[in-house]
Design a protein around this ligand. Structure first.
Ligand code: AMP
Length: 212
């Protein structure tokens, strides 16, 4: 299964990516997570990406395309992968097409801007492994501690309300138009994100069943 998880920031892509990865035993390739790691390590890409991310803007295409090219070339991606947060622009989608990697499914999770803004305040990520949580909808077993690795749960610096609004604006302007590109190829399947995580997960699993 070679798939793209598509949807606005905060729609629940990261959480569904983790579930699907566990279930299908395929790696998650998350550009946001890769960039946060690059920032933590102080690499040149990380240093360049930080100001864009803090402002809620997209990081330049050449940086993220380079990350994806390197990652997709690794052997563990041969039997499948989940792209989380890539592509986000027409140029990135074209670059992915040009890499000649056949995509089986583009799974779009739809959540309204109002619901995203409301939910973002409760969002937490593990500072160590990047796993996603939500204080109400997807809490960790022990408050503030990652179930997977025991790392400390933190608030992402770009989850501030004003940055979230800018990220949503950028999503509608630059990323949402890609839906047309993938709808034309017949690969797009849409799931409406539900209030309860278990309900969204069930809808996602129903889509995946069709690809078994
Ligand atoms: P995410 O973790 O997917 O929400 O991404 C966090 C931030 O990383 C985004 O708001 C962008 O600044 C940057 N980013 C992640 N993926 C991409 C991408 N494909 N293209 C450009 N910027 C990206």
């Amino acid at each position: 299964m070679k798939m793209i998880l598509f949807g606005a920031p905060g729609a629940g892509k990261g959480t569904q990516a983790e579930r699907i990865s566990d279930r299908l035993q395929i790696p998650i390739i998350g550009t946001g997570m890769a960039l946060r790691e690059a920032i933590a390590q102080g690499t040149p890409n990380g240093l360049e990406a930080k100001s864009y991310m803090d402002g809620g803007h997209l990081v330049p295409d050449e940086i993220v395309i380079g990350i994806i090219k390197d990652r997709l070339a690794q052997p563990d991606c041969q039997k499948g992968f989940i792209l989380d947060g890539f592509p986000r622009t027409v140029a990135q989608a074209k670059a992915l097409d040009a890499m000649g990697v056949p995509i089986d499914l583009v799974l779009d999770i739809e959540v309204s801007d109002e619901d995203i803004e409301r939910r973002m305040t409760g969002r937490r990520i593990c500072g160590k492994c990047g796993a996603s949580y939500h204080l109400i909808y997807n809490p960790s077993e022990k408050e503030g501690v990652c179930d997977r690795c025991g790392g400390e749960l933190t608030i992402r610096s770009d989850d501030k309300p004003e940055t979230v609004r800018e990220r949503l604006r950028v999503y509608h302007e630059q990323t949402e138009p890609l839906k047309g590109h993938y709808a034309e190829s017949g690969k797009l399947r849409t799931v409406i994100g539900q209030e309860e995580l278990a309900d969204t997960s069930r809808l996602v699993d129903e889509v995946l069943e069709a690809y078994r």
